[in-house]
Ligand binder design. Structure first.
Ligand code: HMG
Length: 398
């Protein structure tokens, strides 16, 4: 029987790659002024995965503290959203299932629609919990955003994973209905199977993103969603953080809500704190915006938040959530800050070397150097199989 109980995000945890390249360092080599990066696109630094990190190790790192806190008894489904898939057949979540020692009575599936995938996972998870409120769903969003070297997109790379436990009577955010939906076939950003890096028409992608803001907002309002002025602030997908400010201006203009630049800055800045030093993390980006907002100074008990999820290609969704009073006691702020501060800064030449050593595809045994500061690593490739290992217990920054 469907439940009347609230359903939503019960726990939220994220981790990022172990390496970091600052935009000040990048600008020395691209010739772009650092102000273009810091102000124009709103990025200070980008996380990069170490040689022995990938979407599986980051996701396992993000999820381990969630499992530690809540156990596994009620988890019946694990949804893994990514657009940096490591296999055309096997779901990356199965490796995470194994690394975390989850029980066998769990279904595990991978979802893809560019950066939108995690929102699809969250909504599907909420529907499963509505149907069977004793069950919990573990939603993982993990990506490495990688563009061609020396391309305009290069400054908008990043890497991170978010883990969300979706349950009835959640501790953090109740997810509301309705949702505003928007799908439009557009070639703004895509990655054919034979490529490691995305192809993108940057300017077209920004236009497509803003069109999706309109489309999803219109559908939300047509379904008798809340008046936009009743929404405290909106967490946007943040391919680079300035995009969120542009999107909020566009949303408010479209809805006929007046706001000056200062009001927009005040509303959006608390959502960008993590993404401006981590970079684009595709599926995880929107949920890092939520983490930044919840971990920040604003008091949000009972506040209504908006969420705008955009995945190039394109699919978008606008929905709202209510912050559960007392949420602050369940946050993981210090662990998030520690995951960021433990990153090792690298210089441009090291970054370049990392990018020019792809994993071999000949099936020969290949060992990877131990570089990660996380609890799980990709130790090598053998017979075309990825071999993962646990480094140590995850409790250090839970
Ligand atoms: P670009 O051509 O290098 O940059 O590309 P630009 O010349 O347009 O400059 C960027 C901004 O910096 C401009 O501001 C400049 O004025 C400003 P705007 O006019 O846009 O407000 N600027 C300066 N500001 C201060 N001081 C200065 C200065 N110089 C310039 N000295 C672009 C930028 C974002 C297009 C590029 O990085 C790119 O292609 N990125 C990848 C695509 C992308 O992120 N698209 C966003 C929407 S699509 C999306 O969100 C989906 C995605 O996440 C994928 C998925 O769904 O899976 C990407």
């Amino acid at each position: 029987m469907p439940t009347d109980r609230a359903v939503g995000i019960h726990d939220l945890s994220f981790r990022t790659g172990s390496l970091v390249l600052t935009h000040a360092e990048l600008s020395k080599h691209t010739g772009a002024s650092v102000a273009k990066y810091h102000k124009g696109i709103g990025q200070q630094a980008m996380s990069l995965p170490a040689a022995d990190e990938d979407i599986v190790t980051m996701a396992a790192d993000a999820a381990a503290p969630v499992i530690e806190r809540h156990g596994t008894d009620r988890i019946r489904t694990l949804l893994f959203a990514t657009e940096t898939s490591i296999d055309q057949s096997k779901a990356a979540g199965v490796y995470v299932h194994s690394l975390l020692g989850l029980p066998s009575h769990i279904r595990v599936v991978e979802l893809k629609q560019a950066c939108y995938g995690a929102t699809a996972a969250l909504q599907f998870a909420a529907a499963l919990v509505q149907r069977e409120p004793e069950q919990q769903v573990l939603v993982l969003a993990s990506d490495v955003a990688r563009y061609d070297l020396d391309s305009p997109g290069e400054a908008t790379q990043g890497a991170a994973a978010a883990a969300m436990l979706v349950s009835a009577d959640p501790s953090l955010v109740e997810i509301n209905t309705p949702s505003g939906l928007y799908t439009h076939d557009v070639m703004d950003f895509w990655r054919p199977n034979y490529r490691d890096t995305a192809l993108v028409d940057g300017k077209k992608s920004m236009v497509a993103y803003l069109a999706a803001v309109d489309g999803a907002r219109r559908d939300y309002q047509a379904r008798e969603g809340l008046p936009i002025e009743k929404i405290r602030t909106v967490c946007y997908h943040q391919p680079f953080t300035r995009m969120a400010f542009k999107a909020h201006r566009h949303l408010l203009d479209g809805a006929g809500v007046e706001a000056d630049t200062a009001a927009i800055d005040d509303a959006i800045a608390p959502t960008t704190r993590y993404n401006e030093i981590i970079g684009n993390s595709y599926t995880a980006s929107l949920y890092l915006a939520l983490a930044a907002l919840l971990d920040g100074d604003d008091e949000l008990d009972a506040a209504t938040l908006g969420f705008f999820s955009y995945g190039s290609g394109s699919v978008a969704e606008f929905f709202t959530g209510r912050v559960v009073p007392g949420y602050r006691a369940r946050l993981r702020t210090s662990a998030h800050l520690k995951a960021i501060s433990r990153r090792r800064p690298i210089d441009y030449n090291t970054y370049r070397r990392l990018r020019t050593h792809p994993l071999p595809d000949d099936g020969a045994q290949h060992r990877l150097p131990h570089q990660t500061s996380g609890s799980f690593r990709l130790s090598g490739i053998e017979d075309h199989q990825r071999v993962y290992e646990t480094v140590h217990a995850s409790a250090d920054i839970a």
